[in-house]
Design a protein. Structure first.
Length: 389
């Protein structure tokens, strides 16, 4: 029997308990990672705590453990047998070439021996770029902190990422969005088995889909919503973005109606729920906060209906984020307005969605001609003859 006690949060901030608990669990994970790493990195751990989001901190430390494990067990760069025993002297012997071999030769495809089989792992360029970023922050810090004599990161090979193509962006068309919302309203397109659950969750699912296609929320931004996130009298609700940003969003009439309908007519009353989910907005039939997996499944189900395809070909919540972006731009909103709403780090990301508007511009100018089709256009030779007369 486990001696691990139930975790209670003493929350004296204005942030909801579920957000505080989420960050606490990430901090706990980071602290466990730090215990596995060498002591000479202690200053680096302190730097991460004050400079990056808790999720980024955990991701960086996980990548660094992976790199140190490679140094000890695969590289031949040290005679240490445990990553905890690595010293700054070991790191002084690491050159840019060693990092490039790690990223370019080992990481793309490596093997780990299990008890009864050999496991093969693969990393694409996006994953390699993240590992490179994690390692770069460490080596740059150790150099700035005067623990390493040189900054070797300038010698790291570039990792080419595929340039996103506007035409490759998957999203629903506006008429498909309407079919999707009608499906969740009427149950049309669902199997008999699916309709059993739909009868109990249709108001919840409708509210989820409406919030996704209106605001382009990220999956966790939606999942972490609480009843207390909404202030209907002021017409706004609060979400927690990446890197812990707290943002107030105005709520439109459609979303206000569907959320209120779900709370009033389908969601269990808070007093009948366990304390830890009394404020959680979207609940499962088991009266728990809806999981990310469950949200993905319901989005795939309803998007597959509107696209008339199989359930496994349905779209993810991120495709509904793309749907929101392109719909807003096609409705005339500027890319800067859409960037602010969707919380893109860079306007170039938003511009990818704006590229879908180019055909609209072409249709407009093609249907706005100043000259009749029968009008005879002068040739270059005619214009030159006129000049010579």
């Amino acid at each position: 029997m486990s001696d691990k006690k139930e975790l209670k949060i003493s929350n004296k901030s204005d942030r909801p308990d579920n957000i505080v608990l989420r960050d606490h669990l990430l901090i706990e994970k980071s602290m466990e990672y730090e215990k596995r790493l060498p002591s000479f990195m202690k200053d680096y751990f302190v730097y991460l705590r004050g400079s990056v989001a808790v999720s980024t901190r955990a991701a960086y430390l996980e990548d660094i453990i992976f790199f140190c494990d490679y140094v000890v067990n695969e590289s031949g760069l040290t005679d240490k047998e445990d990553i905890k025993d690595l010293t700054i002297e070991d790191f002084k012997d690491i050159k840019s070439r060693d990092i490039n071999l790690f990223l370019g030769d080992y990481c793309p495809r490596y093997y780990k021996e299990k008890e009864d089989h050999m496991m093969v792992y693969e990393n694409n360029n996006r994953a390699l770029a993240r590992k490179k970023s994690s390692i770069s922050t460490l080596f740059k810090f150790l150099y700035r902190n005067e623990q390493l004599p040189t900054n070797i990161t300038d010698g790291f090979n570039p990792i080419k990422l595929p340039k996103p193509q506007p035409d490759a962006i998957k999203r629903l068309d506006i008429d498909e969005v309407m079919i999707m919302l009608e499906a969740v309203e009427s149950g049309e397109g669902l199997t008999e088995k699916e309709k059993v659950y739909w009868e109990k969750t249709k108001l919840r699912d409708k509210a989820i889909l409406a919030l996704f296609v209106t605001y382009g929320l990220r999956l966790n931004e939606l999942r972490e919503l609480n009843i207390s996130s909404f202030n209907f009298s002021r017409g706004e609700f609060k979400i927690y973005r990446k890197r812990g940003k707290e943002v107030l969003m105005p709520i439109n009439k459609t979303c206000e109606i569907v959320v209120m309908d779900y709370i009033n007519y389908e969601r269990p009353k808070s007093e009948d729920l366990p304390e830890d989910v009394q404020d959680a907005l979207f609940l499962s039939l088991q009266k728990k906060r809806l999981t990310a997996r469950a949200i993905r499944q319901l989005v795939k189900k309803y998007t597959s209906i509107c696209m008339n395809t199989s359930r496994d070909k349905g779209y993810s919540p991120h495709k509904l984020r793309a749907t929101a972006a392109t719909s807003l731009i096609q409705s005339g909103f500027s890319i800067y307005d859409v960037k602010a709403l969707l919380d893109h780090d860079n306007v170039t990301t938003t511009q990818l969605y704006a590229a879908h508007k180019r055909n609209v511009k072409r249709d407009i100018v093609n249907n706005f001609e100043w000259l009749d089709e029968e009008h005879e256009h002068p040739t270059l030779e005619d214009i030159q003859d006129d000049k010579n007369r």
